[in-house]
Design a protein around this ligand. Structure first.
Ligand code: Z5A
Length: 217
């Protein structure tokens, strides 16, 4: 792969949208201009159709946890093979709004799906593919929920309107997983938007140096 895959993770209201913008802005500042943004679930016509199903369901039919997980993986598999990998191979950098860590946190923590099943799916579908760098925006669930409360689609968002307990479990799982992995940088997303942007810029600059990218510019 000639490009790099940088992912932004965190609970709703963490500020992932502005973090994606900040990462792209910082990369451009340091001379990396061939960049695309993706989101999960979504990012291809099929994955966007699955996104609608995942977020809104179909009529009143309840969706099982396994069906939800498999739809998320179907969308991810499609995005990976159709968009992310081809971009990385041609040297384009990809900035992802969510990736597999979301499934580990939401479906593993929130839904309580077994680590064994999640690992099996990940190994089978993603193999040894993983992000080069992940920014995990750590926001307390109650702050994130408050921030995203104004969103227009909140009433029709299956996962977004889950219980406080669900978001607490998801949050704990995010924190546990982020602490284990060197390639995940945790950013305190409870602070002001300006402070979050500065933290992302500084951490990304540091990481680019370790990748010897800056010295090439
Ligand atoms: N999901 C899953 O369960 N499993 C998976 O594997 C994957 C996803 C991939 C996708 O929803 C849903 O799918 C999501 C997880 C699940 N459901 N939930 N919950 P989505 O993509 O539509 O959206 P989201 O990521 O959940 O929510 P969001 O609200 O869009 O989050 P955000 O992008 O991090 O927030 P934002 O739009 O950047 O910010 C929200 C507001 O807060 C906005 O007005 C900002 O100006 C404000 N904000 C952000 N940061 C700050 C700070 N630092 N201070 C003050 N105000 C701030």
């Amino acid at each position: 792969m000639n490009g790099k895959f940088i992912v932004i993770e965190g609970q709703k209201g963490a500020g992932k949208t502005s973090a994606v913008t900040q990462v792209i802005k910082t990369l451009k500042k340091y001379g990396i201009k061939d960049v695309i943004a993706t989101r999960e679930p979504g990012g291809t016509p099929l994955a966007e159709a699955l996104r609608k199903l995942i977020k809104h369901g179909v009529n009143d039919e309840s969706i099982t946890d396994h069906a939800e997980l498999l739809m998320l993986y179907a969308a991810r598999a499609q995005l990976l093979e159709k968009v992310i990998k081809p971009a990385l191979i041609r040297g384009t950098w990809v900035i992802g709004d969510r990736h597999d860590l979301s499934s580990q946190a939401y479906q593993g923590g929130g839904r309580g799906i077994s680590t064994h099943l999640l690992q099996t799916l990940r190994n089978s579908i993603l193999g040894n593919f993983s992000p080069d760098l992940t920014f995990y925006l750590d926001v307390l669930p109650k702050i994130g929920i408050m921030r995203s409360r104004e969103r227009f689609d909140k009433g029709n968002d299956r996962i977004g309107t889950e219980s406080t307990d669900f978001f607490d479990r998801t949050y704990k799982q995010y924190q546990t997983l982020a602490a284990k992995e060197d390639r995940i940088i945790t950013i305190d997303a409870n602070q002001s938007l300006v402070s979050v942007k500065v933290a992302i810029h500084d951490q990304l600059k540091k990481w680019l140096n370790t990748q010897q990218v800056l010295s090439l510019q």
